[in-house]
Design a protein. Sequence first.
Length: 138
Amino acid sequence: MAVTECRKATDYAHQVKYLVDERYPDAIKIRLVHDQLNTHRPASLYKAFEPAEAQRLLDKLEIHYTPKHRSWLDMAEIELSVLARQCLNRRIPDQETLQREVAAWEQRRNAESHCIDWRFTTAAARIKFKRLYPLLLS
């Protein structure tokens, strides 16, 4: 997780470059799952880098967008809520301190291997969203 001053397309592009070149340099393919934010697009890479570099980065990615109002996005929001409660629930004096605090929280959170106890089952979804599921005849 990175703390940046703002969330511009170029900030996103540099985070992707960090993932590809520094975090997972030996990966054949990186599955990148994120929300529908307007900066989370391949065009952001072309905005930040020369076309050949943007294409090199994109060739390493398998991009999946979370559907709006669906469970993947809810799980990400749950994790961000935990971050807010455990780390960001006080006044933090500057960006450098914020970066250190978020990095320490992320390292601790990953080491603890917390999982989300997702209780919304397929059976419950078939009841709640029955208009979206096809009628199966036995």
